[in-house]
Write a protein that binds this ligand. Structure first.
Ligand SMILES: Cc1cc2nc3c(=O)[nH]c(=O)nc-3n(C[C@H](O)[C@H](O)[C@H](O)COP(=O)(O)OP(=O)(O)OC[C@H]3O[C@@H](n4cnc5c(N)ncnc54)[C@H](O)[C@@H]3O)c2cc1C
Length: 402
């Protein structure tokens, strides 16, 4: 029986999953549309669409997963721990503070630049003997029958045909594979775009993360390597992004941060180039169909407000690995549809909890309704005063409870 797996999409999720499977001695073929950067050549852009100028806040559970993979020692050199989180709302008295030491944890998570995370994952994938990496190929057809899934992929005029007992589609929010299998999905546009950059402040970050709900949108400021550097993720109203992008708006952007934050981070002194990302929620109606499983953004794309998307994807990948390993240990078919359905069922609770939470935060804090505002204030106070509530939220945010 052939027991190899094809992964379509070598973004951060596809690369991580490939490494998990390869470590479990599963043969992987990884197909990626974009040609990866050549890191040996300093003239080539270091960014790939999946690992670009963004930073990712890895939850403690994600760090554990990379530790199991034997990657954390390398990744850690580029990561900054979050030791405190302050949640506030501009113009209101509510405030919530989480302190790692008080919650008896080393940190709430680690922030790493996507460019570094992607680069390290890619280097490991390139070196792994159980992974065949084929980049610069676009998957253009996907079909399946009882025995196999069949892929057609194109690189220029060259056509590749590949069959496999299991295909994992990690091909992003607009997943071709999802469409090819006729899997329906729901979409919600948030009418927001995220402005993303790195800034320098006069006060050291001291490993404190801020989430500030402002009139313009919920603003996240996270510590990154370099004592005075912080990553900014600021969802603003769609259509207003031109106000913030471009070198000519550097000072305007810094002033807006200063106004929103006051003195909490000191003076906002310098800003890097800003990038914008449209924000939407895209949820596949099914994640396992026959011998194909959707993974990562192809299965669920969510708002980055609480930095949960990638962390959720890693937990999915880790559970799928467990199902596949058990299947192989029993010498069973690795693409067995009922086993894949059982994987999907096993993940629904955690996924729905995270999806609901992120959606609620965005909708709840975007609305200027006075009653909602009152609930938000008392909500933040409750967060501070109800015994047991804070550790519970911290546990969920760290990805330790499914
Ligand atoms: C502004 C912002 C900030 C975020 N911050 C955080 C955070 O702090 N913490 C967190 O947990 N999450 C965060 N997220 C979410 C996180 O970025 C995503 O969950 C993650 O990038 C999903 O990766 P992916 O590999 O599934 O998809 P993608 O990154 O979209 O990768 C899909 C890959 O598939 C390839 N592909 C597409 N079609 C084909 C085809 N036909 N053939 C072959 N290859 C194909 C693409 O080229 C691409 O490489 C953030 C998201 C945003 C927008």
């Amino acid at each position: 029986m052939q027991q190899h797996v094809v992964i379509v999409g070598g973004g951060m999720v596809g690369l991580s999953l490939a490494l998990m499977l390869a470590k479990a001695n599963i043969q992987v073929k990884l197909l990626e549309a974009i040609s990866y950067p050549n890191y040996e050549d300093a003239n080539l852009a270091p960014y790939h669409s999946s690992f670009d100028a963004r930073n990712t806040a890895l939850s403690r559970r994600s760090v554990q997963i990379y530790q199991e993979l034997g990657l954390w020692d390398v990744l850690q050199q580029y990561a900054t721990p979050i030791l405190q989180v302050d949640i506030t709302e501009q113009g209101s008295f509510g405030k919530a503070r989480l302190i790692a030491e008080k919650e008896k944890v080393e940190s709430f998570g680690q922030v790493i630049e996507n460019a570094w995370l992607g680069r390290i994952l890619l280097t490991q994938v390139r070196a792994h003997q159980n992974i065949e990496l084929i980049d610069g190929v676009q998957v253009t057809d996907l079909k399946q029958d009882e025995k196999f899934a069949y892929i057609e992929a194109k690189r220029g005029d060259e056509v590749l045909t590949i069959e496999a007992p299991l295909v994992i589609a990690a091909d992003g929010r607009d997943s071709f594979c999802r469409k090819a299998l006729g899997i329906g999905f729901s979409t919600h546009e948030y009418d927001q775009v995220a402005i993303v950059t790195t800034v320098q402040t006069s006060k050291p970050h001291a490993h404190i993360g801020f989430e500030r709900f402002s009139a313009l949108g919920p603003l996240a400021l996270l510590p990154v390597p370099g004592e005075y550097r912080r990553s900014v993720v600021w969802p603003v109203k769609k259509g207003t992004e031109h106000e913030w992008l471009g070198e000519e708006n550097d000072q305007h952007f810094l002033d807006a941060l200063q106004k929103t934050y006051g003195d909490r981070a000191g003076k906002f002194e310098k800003t890097g180039k800003r990038f914008s990302y449209p924000l939407s929620q895209v949820l596949a109606e099914k994640q396992a169909v026959g011998r194909v499983v959707l993974m990562g953004n192809a299965a669920h794309t969510i708002h980055p407000v609480a930095g949960q998307g990638f962390n959720l994807c890693l937990r999915d990948a880790h559970v799928l690995l467990r199902f596949l390993s058990e299947q192989l240990a029993q010498k069973q078919d690795i693409g067995e549809p009922t086993m894949l359905k059982a994987y999907e069922q096993a993940r629904l609770k955690d996924q729905q909890r995270v999806i609901r939470f992120c959606d609620l935060v965005v909708r709840g804090f975007s609305n200027q309704n006075i009653i909602l505002k009152l609930i938000r204030n008392t909500g933040l106070l409750a967060f501070e005063t109800i015994p047991g509530f804070k550790p519970l939220v911290a546990t969920y945010a760290m990805g330790l409870k499914a």
